[in-house]
Ligand binder design. Structure first.
Ligand code: 13P
Length: 230
């Protein structure tokens, strides 16, 4: 299983350091085959050591240059970071990242041999239209994306389940993952959206779920490690 923690705009450099120290303690009990990823905010990126991978929540598709407020490859290289989240619904929505931009970013970081966790997800009004509408919406988010890329991990995160406390049902996750797995040639597929210690077992037991991408419930190291060790 893959357990990925997306801190979003939470935690500082200091609190991330403390988190990592505690996490390392807890991860001694981790199953060797399970993989852990931590995506701290950009100011807390570092070359931390431990049984986990540090990734960036975002970066600009350039080595360096005049892109005020962004970080590029040079800033990631300093810490040996080779993993990135692309296409998160919050970036698509609040930062107006279009499919075209997400695809260009994907292509840039693919050329740099990054491991890419590529996020897709539908809003509530699409979910309410039924399964066919959901799949049509989700598949459109693969436009311009090389699904044959060997370092691709996909994360399905229904927008209406993110930060709402209301995870998708087992049935919703199961049917969506089954269809997605076919579309992405069985690439690793994570579920995200209100994953927490109380529902982790239920979610990771669903066929077609290869792991989870966790926001709120990952912020507390105790809660995140509880899920990793579940
Ligand atoms: P929550 O776990 O807070 O619902 O967030 C999910 C998410 O967006 C992870 O990328």
């Amino acid at each position: 299983m893959i357990y990925a923690a997306n801190f979003k705009t939470n935690h500082t450099r200091k609190s991330t350091e403390n988190y990592i120290v505690e996490l390392n303690e807890k991860l001694r009990a981790k199953h060797p085959e399970d993989k852990v990823y931590i995506f701290p905010p950009a100011t807390a990126l570092n070359d931390y050591e431990g049984d986990f991978t540090i990734g960036t929540q975002n970066a600009y598709a350039a080595h360096n240059g005049a892109y005020t407020g962004e970080i590029g490859l040079e800033q990631l290289d300093e810490f040996g970071i080779k993993t990135i989240l692309i296409g998160h619904s919050e970036r698509r929505e609040y930062m107006a990242e279009t499919q075209e931009k997400a695809a260009a970013k994907f292509s840039f970081f693919q050329k740099q041999d990054f491991e890419i966790i590529y996020c897709i997800g539908e809003p509530l009004e699409i979910r309410e239209k039924g399964f066919e509408a959901v799949m049509q919406y989700l598949l459109a988010q693969f436009e311009g994306i090389d699904i044959g890329y060997d370092k691709l991990i996909v994360a399905y995160e229904p927008i209406w389940a993110i930060g709402t406390g209301r995870s998708a049902t087992v049935e919703e996750i199961s049917t969506t993952h089954r269809a997605l797995k076919k579309a992405i040639n069985d690439k690793p597929l994570l579920y995200g959206g209100s994953v927490k210690p109380a529902n982790i077992k239920e979610i990771t037991s669903i066929a077609g779920v290869d792991g989870v991408l966790v926001g709120s419930a990952s912020l507390d190291v105790e809660s995140f490690s509880q899920m990793v060790l579940s």
